[in-house]
Design a protein around this ligand. Sequence first.
Ligand code: 5GP
Ligand code: ZN
Length: 114
Amino acid sequence: MKECVFCEIIAGKMPADFVYEDDEIVAFRDINPQAPVHILVVPRKHYSTLLDLKSEDTELAGKMILVANEVAKKFNIHNRGYRLVFNCNREAGQSIYHLHLHLLGGRIMMWPPG
Ligand code: 5GP
Ligand code: ZN
């Protein structure tokens, strides 16, 4: 099986700039930031896409949002505003097939996104 870059980061085999860690979820800075704050919230368990989430993963999926909220507070962008994004599959632009939630903030966001 081809190695997953986020599994490698979570296993400590590849460096990343972590901003949050617990037993289920980590968050680290995106290597190619699209905003002044661009953090990836990532479950330790490997799911390729959103479509791999099952009903028993509901709590984990919800917790990813709560972690993103905490990170937004940590970076003090929570009152200005921030955006949370899941890209699922090719047309949405998913490039890493390990589930992750983008937290973007620190600038004015456009709508609709490109
Ligand atoms: P996607 O396009 O799959 O929604 O988002 C993947 C994100 O992962 C991209 O924003 C990309 O910049 C980021 N990324 C890709 N490889 C690495 C890496 O090795 N380290 C970090 N920190 N981010 C990465
Ligand atoms: Zn993985």
